[in-house]
Every structure is written in structure tokens, then in C-alpha cells.
Design a protein around this ligand. Structure first.
Ligand SMILES: NC(=O)c1ccc[n+]([C@@H]2O[C@H](COP(=O)([O-])OP(=O)(O)OC[C@H]3O[C@@H](n4cnc5c(N)ncnc54)[C@H](OP(=O)(O)O)[C@@H]3O)[C@@H](O)[C@H]2O)c1
Length: 256
């Protein structure tokens, strides 16, 4: 294995890699040598821009659109991956959706959408990718969760529940797949300035200032901070980290 590009020859699918944290993960895995499937739902031009940045790193990049709430669209996405690459060695479950809402305001429709897009899609994608990973005798799954899985964040209702599901799913998958050489973990970032955060009905500047003031590391987490940890988890150096949720929050959650 090439130590500069430890993921050379691998193909990685990162859901929601048109922008934000997913985009940074796609670029990091490309920097580590992987070819990349850039997945998106609505922002076609942002996905194309991510793909162009990956191609500038001399890696292959293909964009694919799918609404992750729909099993049929996930199946179609994997048909495209089969036609383009014939394999998927790394799956990063990063895409997320959900209207900011307090828990008692969550409707059936809202619950189903958030659970389907954020959590159920991960199981559906892993079920599609595992046969290829088994055939290769090597695979990596990294799911992006949030501290809202265990802490009660404002207006985070159904999203927090979906993140708790993701962390339990990570553990169940990890135990079943580790014997096959497929390593599954989750990464939980602290507050990161992305489009997702601006959807919340809060004073954004005050939220950022408060987060910085109580983060021992003295700054907000960046998409690149998260991406480097995901990249490490995909390398063989991390192969004995199994079924864990790794917090990347600059120490924020350590303080009472
Ligand atoms: N930002 C934070 O502070 C923070 C903190 C902790 C955890 N996280 C987690 O980190 C991950 C990335 O968050 P982010 O802040 O980078 O989000 P973001 O900038 O809002 O990006 C969301 C991504 O998900 C895609 N997406 C949304 N709904 C989809 C659907 N129904 N089907 C398919 N794709 C869909 C979007 O595609 P389009 O571009 O095409 O719309 C986009 O690529 C999420 O799992 C989030 O929960 C974020």
C-alpha cells in the first residue's frame, strides 16, 4: 500500500458531498488516493464543482443524484456506480435532512422523512455496497452523526432521534461486518459553519460565539477537521477502531 496515497485503487461513495462537510470528506479521500462518487440531491452545480476539484487532484469523480428517502433512487445510484466503477470500497453516510422542530411538534411525515433520509438510507446503501466489499475482502463505512444523538439540542427533535439510530446502527453493522474485513465507525462533529446550521431559527452569530467561548480548543470545528478523521478511519492504521463514535468537537462536550 502506498503510504502517501493509502486509498489508491479504492472507490468511495460519500452521500451529500455536493457541499459542506461531505464535500470536505470527498476531497480528503481523493487526496488519500480514492476515486470518488459525489452524491447530491438538489445542488447539481455544487456537485459538479466538487467533482472538478477532485479531478484536479488527478482522481476520477462521478456525480450521481438520488433522493435518499427513496429506496428505488438508492438502487439506481448503485446501478450507476456499478456501470462507472464496478465496485464501492468506502461508504460515507453523510447526507442529512430534517426541519428544525421541537420534539412535540414532530409529525408522522416529518419523522418518516428524517429517519429515512438520515438513518434508513445508510442501511440501504450498506446492504448494496457490502457484496463488493466482501468480494474485495476490505471495506470501510463511516457514518456522520451528531452530539444531538445523546444531548438535547434546541429544535433538533427528529434529527436527534435519527442520529441516535445511526450510532446504534453503526455498532450493529460493525459487529456483523468486522469478520469480513469491513470496518464500521461513526464520526460526530461539534458545531461546523455550513448551510445546515443556517436553517435553525437561532441567532447564528451568538451561537457561534458561545460555541467558541466554551470550546477548550478555542475555535469552531471546520469541515476539514472532520474530513481528516474520516480519512484516518478509512486507512489500515485505524483498522482496530471498530463500531465507535468519534467526537470531533475540540473538547466542547467535556465541560459540564
Ligand atoms: N454542520 C454542523 O454543525 C454539523 C454538526 C454535527 C453533525 N453534522 C452532520 O454532518 C453531516 C453534513 O452536514 P452539513 O452541515 O455539511 O450539511 P449541508 O451543508 O446542509 O449538506 C447536506 C448534504 O446532504 C444532501 N441532502 C440533503 N437531503 C438529502 C436527501 N433527501 N437525499 C439526498 N441528499 C440529501 C445535500 O444535497 P444537495 O446539496 O444536493 O442539497 C447536501 O449535500 C450531516 O449528517 C449533519 O447532520 C453537521
Amino acid at each position: 500500500m502506498n503510504s502517501v496515497q493509502p486509498l489508491h485503487g479504492k472507490v468511495a461513495l460519500i452521500t451529500g458531498s455536493s457541499r459542506g462537510i461531505g464535500r470536505a470528506i470527498a476531497l480528503e479521500l481523493a487526496r488519500l488516493g480514492a476515486d470518488i462518487v459525489v452524491h447530491y440531491l438538489r445542488k447539481k452545480s455544487a456537485a459538479a464543482e466538487t467533482a472538478a476539484a477532485i479531478q484536479n487532484l488527478d482522481r476520477r469523480a462521478v456525480t450521481v443524484q438520488a433522493n435518499l428517502a427513496e429506496a428505488g433512487q438508492i438502487a439506481a445510484m448503485f446501478k450507476t456506480i456499478e456501470a462507472e466503477f464496478g465496485r464501492c470500497d468506502i461508504f460515507v453516510g453523510n447526507a442529512a435532512s430534517g426541519t428544525p422542530r421541537d420534539i412535540l411538534d414532530v409529525t408522522d411525515k416529518h419523522w418518516d422523512w428524517t429517519m429515512d433520509v438520515n438513518a434508513r438510507s445508510i442501511l440501504r446503501c450498506v446492504q448494496k455496497a457490502v457484496p463488493w466489499m466482501e468480494q474485495a475482502g476490505w471495506g470501510r463505512v463511516v457514518n456522520i452523526t451528531s452530539p444531538g444523538s445523546t444531548r438535547v439540542l434546541p429544535h433538533y427533535g427528529a434529527i436527534g432521534l435519527s442520529k441516535a439510530t445511526i450510532e446504534a446502527l453503526t455498532r450493529y453493522l460493525a459487529v456483523d461486518l468486522a469478520p469480513k474485513g469491513i470496518i464500521v465507525n461513526a464520526v460526530s462533529p461539534g458545531l461546523v459553519k455550513t448551510d445546515a446550521v443556517s436553517a435553525f431559527p437561532v441567532d447564528l452569530q451568538a451561537t457561534f460565539d458561545y460555541a467558541v467561548s466554551r470550546t477548550p480548543a478555542g475555535r469552531l470545528v471546520t469541515p476539514a477537521d472532520v474530513a481528516r478523521v474520516v480519512g484516518f478511519l478509512c486507512t489500515d492504521a485505524a483498522s482496530m477502531i471498530v463500531g465507535q463514535t468519534i467526537l470531533v468537537d475540540g473538547g466542547y462536550s467535556l465541560l459540564a
